[in-house]
Design a protein around this ligand. Structure first.
Ligand code: SAH
Length: 248
């Protein structure tokens, strides 16, 4: 090979290395700009959709500010992750509207020491919000692919206080009962008896109850073994289903 050729090869390598370096810098910048953008969107979501509507427990607002909701939704829906509505997460299921997640968390009046049961893991987002505040979250999802994906997302985000189980949440999770709080994010026609039994004395349960896609959000409090009921607001959740797909 002539010395002239060697020089050309060196110049070519230098140009390629320069190009690679500039492209990497551009990509890093784009990534940090988009994550800043998500932080701003999250701040706006908390002030305009949540605090403005009367949720004011600082622990709940802080958790909603912290959990990166866009990481729980499919890539194509990420730009809308902080909008004021539910979003599809696959398998015909949805991640709840941010305000409803905050409202339900707020209704549990958590002090941080609780062991919580969630029925309907879905994307894992509600579980993450709860895990920011309480001691441990046990969550059950009936659709295996969703439960497995949520488990992966939650472990990638570093949550070590959430246990995910694939199964029928109607029956609760007896081995870890009683629970200081229970949150149900799919709607049965009536309140499941096993969940009432697995609620600790003084505990609270928030649950949508009623016909498919038109229910009442109900808050239950267990006092001296009896369950007291309080209606909160009309809501629209997916139905609670059994293993054979029939609704409860
Ligand atoms: N909490 C979720 C949203 C839940 S959507 C989130 O933050 O993303 C309701 C979920 O309840 C769906 O994923 C649905 O598959 C699940 N589900 C329905 N019936 C169930 C049952 N019997 N046990 C457990 N999960 C159930």
């Amino acid at each position: 090979m002539k010395p002239f050729d060697k020089i050309h090869i060196k110049i070519f390598i230098c140009i390629m290395a320069g190009l690679y370096f500039s492209l990497s810098l551009m990509c890093c910048k784009a990534e940090s700009v988009s994550s800043e953008n998500y932080t701003a969107k999250r701040e706006a979501m908390v002030s305009r959709q949540i605090a403005a509507r009367g949720v004011n427990d600082p622990k709940v607002l802080e958790a909603m500010r912290k959990v990166e909701r866009h990481k729980f939704v499919p890539e194509k829906h990420r730009p809308r992750a902080y909008n004021d509505h539910p979003l599809p997460i696959g398998d015909g299921q949805t991640i709840s509207q941010p305000y409803i997640v905050a409202l339900m968390t707020d209704a549990l009046e958590l002090d941080g020491s609780e062991k919580i049961l969630e029925i309907g893991t879905g994307s894992g987002y509600q579980a993450a919000v709860l895990a920011e505040i309480c001691k441990h979250v046990y969550t059950i999802e009936i659709v295996e692919s969703l439960g497995k994906r949520a488990e992966k997302t939650l472990s990638e985000l570093g949550y070590d206080n959430i246990s995910v189980k694939i199964g029928d949440g109607y029956k609760g999770w007896k081995a870890h009962s009683p629970f200081d709080a229970i949150i149900v994010t799919c709607a049965p026609a009536r309140i499941p008896e096993p969940l009432k039994r697995q609620l600790a004395e003084g505990g609270r349960m928030i649950i949508p109850v009623g016909e498919s896609y038109a229910q009442e959000l109900v808050l239950l409090t267990k006092i001296k073994g009896k369950v007291k009921k309080q209606s909160i607001t009309p809501v629209r959740f997916v139905p609670m289903v059994g293993k054979d797909g029939t609704t409860y």
